[in-house]
Design a protein around this ligand. Structure first.
Ligand SMILES: Nc1ncnc2c1ncn2[C@@H]1O[C@H](COP(=O)(O)OP(=O)(O)OP(=O)(O)O)[C@@H](O)[C@H]1O
Ligand SMILES: [Mg+2]
Length: 488
């Protein structure tokens, strides 16, 4: 019988090990070094589970299940194709007016249920096509199980025929958005890093897998959020969608978002060095008063990460050169009919890496090890396994009630008023990480998000001088009919 105190002792050993050096996960750590009083026979039961071909508590990754799901997956859901939808279509299901009606709401709910089941089935298939050693990686396994769990929950969900059914469905969607699935994003990236370190899959191919899963994830969440938004509009008596997509897109002031990102960076810098350290002057130029419709959480993440890089590099250069004042950082805002451009220019000496690696999740093995080790230090992530919660609490209605990694996802958010949307909370948790934890993934992630929104992210680095990071975002109000946005 495994006691809780044993597990906590074992976790402490792992933490100690991680602290002492960048761990090489291909080797079994020498536990006797950290726990001289505990014999290896006491620790062995914990270690042996990690060496098995199948995770012991898994419902989906085992001899019976894995690759043996032809009936449900292959003969049914994989034969159906996802329906790429444009933003305009999303807001106008089965009705050519923009007025919300009871029927439209119910149809939208039914569509979300069917579509999400098909989409997640295709992504499960993508994961099944990877070598078993990849899916069997601890982190990928968590993603796979979580996807299968979502697939099963959506598949078995009864059809939505009345407004009451829809209310229940909305509660179900909110639970899915806030339970252990929120960990898929970090697990996916940690899995990619481990596979790179262990040479389990070619890094360039892995980048494609991660990008495809992330893009599909954005699309799925968008479809879900849209349904939550129009349901909340309908319930509050607001029968007309102000914008193309419920109220998910909001009018964003370029200046406000830039200043918010700047404040965040200044806080990180003071935290990293000391309060009162000289900070770079921050200048906003160009179309300073630009207001545009965008997804607030994505904009916050994109500008936050880009500015963070410029601030970090500028401060490093300031200290390295012993300057009186850190160099200025300039954000230039440019807009035209099709797109909005943010050019962040710094004079921090340019990017020290080659062009290819900065866009990859894998980077070099050493960088991947460093990133992985920092991921393990993120609050709430280091020891959590979905098995701890998924199967042991199945009878409880809401997993969030007992979910312990609250530092990553404040539970309070699930109690937000219906009208407040907090799209992509996992992104915000990433953004809030301490500056001690460099993950080495921000540019790669931002590129995926920028491209998703018909935009792009490029860096122009002049060695010895500085860097221009250019974020281009499509004007969504001009692209509402494009299917291309929806990466199924
Ligand atoms: N403006 C910049 N000036 C100098 N170097 C930069 C700049 N922007 C990015 N870099 C370099 O590119 C690398 C990759 O940046 P990226 O944001 O993807 O990862 P990171 O900053 O190392 O980690 P994190 O994921 O925590 O942000 C950085 O480590 C840094 O060396
Ligand atoms: Mg960065």
């Amino acid at each position: 019988m495994v006691r809780a105190s044993d597990i906590s002792r074992f976790r402490k050993c792992i933490k100690l090990h991680n602290k002492s050096n960048v761990s090489d996960i291909s080797q079994i750590p020498d536990f006797s070094k950290y726990s001289p009083i505990q014999s290896i026979s006491e620790l062995a039961p914990f270690i042996s589970t990690t060496l098995k071909a199948y995770p012991s508590r898994s419902r989906y990754v085992n001899q019976q299940h894995f690759y043996q799901n032809q009936n449900i997956l292959e003969r049914d859901y994989l034969t159906r194709s996802p329906h790429p939808v444009s933003l305009a279509q999303l807001a106008q299901y089965f009705d050519d007016s923009s007025t919300l009606t009871k029927q439209k709401l119910i149809s939208s709910g039914q569509f979300v249920k069917e579509e999400l089941t098909i989409r997640i089935a295709h992504k499960l298939h993508l994961l099944q096509m990877l070598p078993f050693s990849v899916v069997n990686n601890f982190h990928f396994c968590q993603v796979y199980e979580s996807y299968f769990n979502i697939f099963d929950r959506f598949r078995r969900y009864p059809s939505i025929k009345t407004l009451e059914d829809n209310e229940k469905f909305v509660r179900f969607l909110k639970r899915i958005l806030s339970d252990f699935n929120t960990l898929n994003l970090p697990h996916l990236i940690m899995g990619a890093l481990e596979c790179h370190i262990l040479d389990l899959y070619p890094p360039a191919e892995m980048d494609k897998v991660v990008s495809s899963l992330l893009r599909a994830r954005i699309s799925r969440r968008l479809i879900v959020e849209e349904h939550l938004s129009i349901t909340s509009n309908f319930n509050s008596g607001k029968k007309k969608n102000t914008l193309v997509l419920g109220d998910i897109f909001q009018e964003c002031s370029a200046k406000e978002y830039l200043l918010e990102a700047k404040d965040m960076c200044e806080n990180f810098i003071s935290d990293k060095y000391y309060k009162g350290i000289a900070l770079p002057e921050f200048v906003i130029a160009g179309d300073v008063d630009l207001n545009f419709y965008f997804l607030p959480a994505h904009l916050k993440y994109l500008l936050g990460e880009i500015l963070r890089n410029s601030y970090e590099a500028t401060m490093k250069e300031f200290i390295r050169q012993g300057l009186n004042q850190p160099a200025k950082i300039t954000a230039t805002v440019i807009s035209n009919k099709q797109s909005f451009i943010f050019r962040i220019s710094d004079r921090a000496g340019g990017i020290p890496h080659d062009d290819k690696t900065i866009w990859s999740f894998g980077k070099s093995k050493n960088l991947a090890k460093e990133s992985l080790s920092n991921f393990h230090k993120l609050p709430g992530l280091q020891t959590v396994s979905l098995y701890d919660y998924m199967y042991e609490n199945t009878r409880k209605s809401s997993l969030t009630q007992q979910y312990k990694f609250t530092s990553l996802e404040p539970i309070g958010d699930t109690n937000l008023p219906e009208s407040v949307y907090n799209f992509e909370r996992p992104l915000q948790s990433l953004l809030k990480r301490s500056s001690r934890y460099k993950l080495g993934i921000a540019l790669a992630m931002c590129k995926i998000y920028a491209e998703y929104w018909n935009g792009d992210l490029t860096v122009h680095s002049i060695q010895g001088y500085g860097t221009d990071t250019v974020l281009k975002l499509g004007n969504l109000m001009h692209h509402t009919d494009e299917l291309q946005l929806d990466k199924v």
